[in-house]
Design a protein around this ligand. Structure first.
Ligand SMILES: [Fe+2]
Length: 312
């Protein structure tokens, strides 16, 4: 099976209207909203990237990846016991099967979904630097303070009860490759966190599409969802906008040591973490894996805050 890219995430939320207001301020664009369901997209051309269903309790329902071909759906059924192929009635059409990960999370594999025309991006950021003074003039800021222009769903962070019990599904069934793995201090075999990328052979892919994080409480949940923003300047302008609306900041704007991406994380009305990222590292399948002692890992190379604050 060859995953192409993450496609969308699904949540159950308490109040669709409040969720939509936050998500629009964050940068997602509404595709449709009914009494029971909210479907939103990025501006990058996806038919949709975020689904919220109304319910009595806030919870993460699962995520979906696009695959290369209908054959991938069929092999997911024959090799891994996925559900039968079903036609999708969501925007963009297509078809899907569902796998269930070891913790009960639904992982949809989808094929044949139609894309739409992308929104216009900001003009590429030009920066003057020693030896490269190429930008002429600039008399006022070029970016508005407002919701992010989002380009795609990039990755999802998951809390899982056991890293050892969960990794084999993501590695052997979905074919993901651990890029950076963390172990308990003094116990190199006791791995508890892994940032996993797609296997696209020699094609460059994001440092991770799924981050598996062993939870302290044994829970299975979404830690965060992350959408690509254009660059750090766009992220800072959206940060100021979300601040002006009194949303709850989790962390940012900062830069992760592993993956190198610049991140900014906020909470939605149900306290789910929504992240923008930019400037991520890209790796090939042959770039291998690295293992680190978690005690030596920082959360943010630009700040000294204790990393556990991000996981509260
Ligand atoms: Fe992230």
């Amino acid at each position: 099976m060859r995953l192409k890219s993450p496609h969308h995430v699904k949540f159950q939320v308490l109040d669709l209207e409040q969720t939509e207001v936050f998500a629009q301020d964050f940068g997602l664009l509404t595709v449709e909203r009914t009494d029971q369901q909210l479907i939103m997209r990025t501006g990058g051309g996806d038919a949709f990237a975020y689904v919220a269903k109304k319910g009595n309790e806030a919870k993460f329902l699962g995520l979906a990846f696009e695959v290369e071909s209908k054959n991938d759906l069929e092999s997911a059924i024959s090799d891994h016991g996925a559900s039968p192929i079903r036609e999708l009635t969501t925007p963009g059409g297509g078809m899907a099967v569902t796998l269930v990960d070891p913790n009960g999370l639904e992982i949809d594999l989808i094929y044949g979904i139609q894309r739409i025309n992308p929104e216009e991006a900001y003009k590429h950021l030009e920066m003057n630097a020693p030896g490269q003074y190429t930008r002429e003039g600039r008399f006022e800021p070029k970016r508005p303070m407002g919701p992010a222009k989002l380009f795609r769903l990039g990755h999802v962070g998951l809390f899982i009860p056991s890293f050892a019990a969960t990794l084999p599904f993501y590695r052997d069934v979905l074919g993901l490759i651990p890029s950076d793995v963390y172990h308990i201090p003094g116990q190199p075999q006791a791995q508890i966190v892994g940032f996993c990328r797609l296997d696209r052979g020699e094609e460059l892919v994001d440092h991770h599409v799924v981050a598996l994080m062993q939870s302290q409480t044994g829970e299975t949940a979404c830690h965060h969802i992350s959408f690509e923003a254009q660059d750090f300047e766009a992220q800072f302008m959206t940060h100021r906008y979300l601040e002006s609306k009194d949303y709850e900041l989790v962390w940012g704007v900062g830069r992760h040591p592993h993956g190198s991406h610049i991140f900014d994380v906020w909470r939605d009305p149900d306290r789910n973490r929504f992240e923008t990222f930019s400037d991520t590292d890209l790796l090939k399948a042959s770039d291998g894996s690295r293992v680190h002692n978690i005690a030596e890992v920082e959360m943010d190379v630009w700040r000294s805050d204790p990393p556990d604050r991000y996981f509260e």
